[in-house]
Design a protein around this ligand. Structure first.
Ligand code: NAD
Length: 433
């Protein structure tokens, strides 16, 4: 055998690139770590800020309509309360997990700090499939869940709100259960309540309206005329369907919409009001006249000016970020893009409006609702919307300024702002005891 043959390099074993970590809690910590590095936070403070303050797991026995008892699992997590009471929604979904609730609680802490309202961050969730439960079962589940988490919620310590598959009715049951237990009416224990019972005008639309205000500013940066701009929206619930309606009012062209069963697409434009009526009638927007069918995956890579993920986490990942063709991605959902996807989008020049900025309108008007409840006073819808506009625009420019100063994309900029604010509050309060 020749020496050449002896020294021939052996074929390299195929290397599979490490899969992207899609655990939402670890993703939330990665996002935090990037900001902590820029802020040069010391190790002890990093540990305090990157872990939840309090976690409660509860068993929720519910008598189902067939007479049998079923036990559900629920959580309430308070990530940080340095700047004020914990604040955050309650999610009912079959894929709820403790790590998801921990991530959502952390994102709430950074979100309230981004828009500078005096709250910390919390979140709740119950593993259940509300689409397969009757209204009476949902009421019993809500009341027992509220009763189980009652020791840690309250208008001065932790204030729940709606999230995926919970709504104003669920908030009314939560408020009633809390009030019945304490013996007097406590309006400020939850937000997102019906208007008839301490809710705020404008709260129902607030998340979407905040997304709209952020998009308006991003369009100016990207020199896009919102009038006629093409928009694709994934998720057609509170955030997504109202964003579609508000954008149509601004003469944007909604070219694609979707819900959990799939989507519809028409490059010439869809009517979100017709979509809403069709969904009310049939339970889904899939099959609505005036558009062709499109999958949730394909919607994300459509050629459009603005893409709005408004459903669940981890939909824009390393696997599909390269295919995103939108000029602006506005995150109405919490956690729709992964840190690796962020890098790809930034390299492609996509302007990212991160969740903790873009969808902060909901918690901002929740704060207004809580203030009105404390004052026993009510603002008009136009007052609420004007105040929301001020908060959203100020936050947008605060984040944009940091993004320019540090040469980072808007998510990292928002984290630098938010983590910096929570770190300042924590340091000035000092460590107890
Ligand atoms: P919702 O329950 O009103 O609507 C959820 C929508 O997502 C529904 O149309 C559902 O069909 C759709 N959906 C579910 N699974 C899907 C999937 N796999 N693919 C595509 N669509 C799917 O919920 P919401 O309140 O609109 O919340 C949506 C997102 O916005 C969540 O990430 C939530 O955390 C976030 N968010 C909501 C608020 C708020 O005030 N409601 C505030 C801030 C952030």
């Amino acid at each position: 055998m020749s020496t050449v043959a002896k020294t021939m390099p052996r074929p390299m074993p195929a290397v599979t690139p490490p899969r992207e970590d899609l655990n939402p809690y670890r993703i939330s910590q990665m996002q935090f770590d990037i900001a902590a590095e820029y802020l040069k936070l010391d190790t002890g403070l990093r540990q305090v800020l990157r872990t939840p303050k309090r976690i409660l797991e509860v068993s929720i026995p519910v008598k189902m309509d067939n007479g049998q008892v079923k036990v559900f699992t629920g959580y309430r997590v308070q990530h940080n309360i340095a700047r004020g009471p914990a604040k955050g929604g309650v999610r009912y979904h079959p894929s709820v997990s403790l790590d998801e609730v921990k991530a959502l609680a952390a994102w709430m802490a950074w979100k309230t700090a981004t828009v500078n309202i005096p709250f910390g961050g919390g979140k709740g969730g119950v593993i259940c499939d509300p689409k397969r439960m009757s209204k009476a079962e949902l009421e019993r589940l809500t009341r027992r869940y509220t009763s189980e988490i009652l020791p840690i919620i309250g208008p001065d310590c932790d204030i729940p709100a709606p999230d995926v598959y919970t709504d104003a009715q669920v908030m009314a049951w939560m408020m009633d259960t809390y009030s019945m237990t304490t013996g007097h009416t406590v309006l400020g224990v939850v937000t997102g309540k019906p208007i008839a019972m301490g809710g705020s005008p404008g709260r129902h639309e607030a998340t979407a309206r905040g997304v709209l205000y952020a998009i308006e500013e991003a369009c100016k940066v990207k020199r896009i005329n919102l009038r006629g701009a093409s928009v694709a929206i994934q998720g057609f619930g509170n955030a997504g369907s109202i964003a579609a309606r508000l954008l149509l009012e601004r003469k944007a062209k909604i070219i694609a919409l979707s819900d959990s069963r799939g989507g519809v697409h028409n490059p010439r434009g869809l009517d979100p009001l017709k979509a809403m009526r069709f969904k009310e009638r049939t339970g889904s927007i899939v099959g609505m006249p005036g558009g062709s069918r499109i999958s949730n995956e394909d919607l994300l890579s459509l050629k459009c000016d603005i893409l709005i993920p408004a459903a669940l986490e981890n939909v824009i990942t390393l696997e599909n970020a390269e295919q995103v063709q939108a000029k602006i991605v506005a995150e109405a959902a919490n956690g729709p893009s992964t840190p690796r996807a962020d890098e790809v989008l930034a390299r492609k020049g996509v302007f990212l409006l991160p969740d903790i900025l873009a969808n902060a309108g909901g918690v901002t008007v929740s704060y207004f609702e809580w203030v009105q409840n404390h004052y026993s006073y009510s603002w008009t819808e136009s007052e609420v919307n004007a105040k929301l506009g001020e908060v959203m625009r100020r936050a947008f420019f605060d984040v944009l300024e940091i993004s320019k100063k540090y040469h980072v994309h808007m998510r990292t900029a928002a984290y630098i702002l938010a983590v910096g604010r929570v770190a300042d509050a924590t340091l000035v309060r000092g460590l107890f005891p």
